[in-house]
Write a protein that binds this ligand. Structure first.
Ligand code: ZN
Ligand code: ZN
Length: 308
């Protein structure tokens, strides 16, 4: 085979591989109850999970995914399910992987809702999440273009979708501005990043003490409740306890470790590796988790400041 032919073949194959990747869906739409759906990220192509709740009169969407084709696919998915207007979009928190498609849904007529701390954090805290000044010009532009929530609440808010009530509840832990979306008649709870199923979480804006207390109160929700996490598949009460167990183990590993900071971090990481190496994102997030947990324990953890 000539070099040229090889080159052409190679190009063709890589083109086909890209096409195949594009053809793969960004998320799997799972029906959890009549009119209640979870969009579960597939292979990181959506960047996070989302949700759809349909009443008799209006539709509520939970979060808008990270990558633009995924956000568009989510809007298309709603349109295929119902002609009813999308009245509400709830952001479970400010992180970019949950709010990147806000503008798309606002243009489709939705009012963007979140806990009162969220709007002020969308730009500065996402820029920090992406590395601050180290972020690429493209990332900076994406953050600058993010649409902030337009309507906020402090502790809780009840929404009527027509024949179906949805409760928004502020809970502490992952960011300080987290919202839980509860659909009582369906026994489904969208937890945003307060829950990561069999995945190591991002703790950049977290408070572990508050997070563990929140999971304890959610743990009594009942065995029949289904929980939609921000990352990972649809979860049971057992999965919730398993995740709480990880945060406990992290806190314990950091408490047990002795010596100078570097030695302590390494020992804590090894203790976690023994139990959690198989969880998603262990490689990327376990070491930062140890750093964050140590900083919190020593009272030098920086978290976003709540709105006065
Ligand atoms: Zn998050
Ligand atoms: Zn997330």
């Amino acid at each position: 085979m000539t070099y040229r032919l090889l080159l052409v073949l190679g190009l063709l194959l890589s083109h086909l591989a890209v096409r195949a990747q594009l053809a793969q869906p960004a998320f799997e739409l799972q029906q959890l109850a009549p009119g209640v759906y979870a969009a579960i990220d597939q292979g990181g192509r959506a960047g996070s999970n989302a949700g759809i709740v349909i009443g008799n009169r209006t539709v509520l969407v939970v979060d808008t995914l990270y990558r633009e084709p995924a956000s568009r696919a989510l809007l298309d998915a709603v349109r295929k399910l119902t002609d009813l207007p999308i009245r509400y979009l709830v952001n479970t928190h400010h992180h970019i992987d949950h709010v990147a498609g806000n503008r798309l849904f606002a243009e489709a007529g939705a009012t963007v809702l979140a806990q009162r701390n969220v709007p002020g954090w969308v730009q500065p805290e996402n820029l920090r999440l992406l590395g601050g000044e180290q972020a690429s010009a493209e990332q900076k532009e994406q953050v600058a273009q993010l649409l902030q929530p337009q309507l906020t609440f402090n502790e809780r808010m009840s929404l009527d979708l027509g024949g179906r009530r949805v409760e928004l509840q502020h809970r502490l832990g992952h960011t300080g501005g987290d919202t839980v979306v509860w659909v009582p008649d369906a026994q489904v709870m969208f937890l945003g990043d307060l829950l990561w199923r069999r995945s190591i979480p991002n703790l950049i804006d977290a408070n572990l003490v508050q997070w563990r207390a929140t999971l304890e109160t959610l743990g009594v929700m009942g065995e029949q409740t289904r929980f939609v996490p921000g990352h990972g598949g649809v979860a049971s009460a057992q999965d919730l306890r398993e995740f709480a167990g990880y945060l406990d183990a992290l806190d314990q590993a950091v408490a047990d470790a002795q010596g100078p900071e570097e030695t302590r971090s390494a020992a804590a990481l090894e203790a976690l590796r023994a139990r959690y190496a198989a969880w998603a994102y262990f490689k990327g997030l376990a070491a930062p988790n140890v750093r964050d947990a140590l900083a919190e324990r020593e009272g030098r953890k920086r978290v976003p400041a709540p709105r006065p």
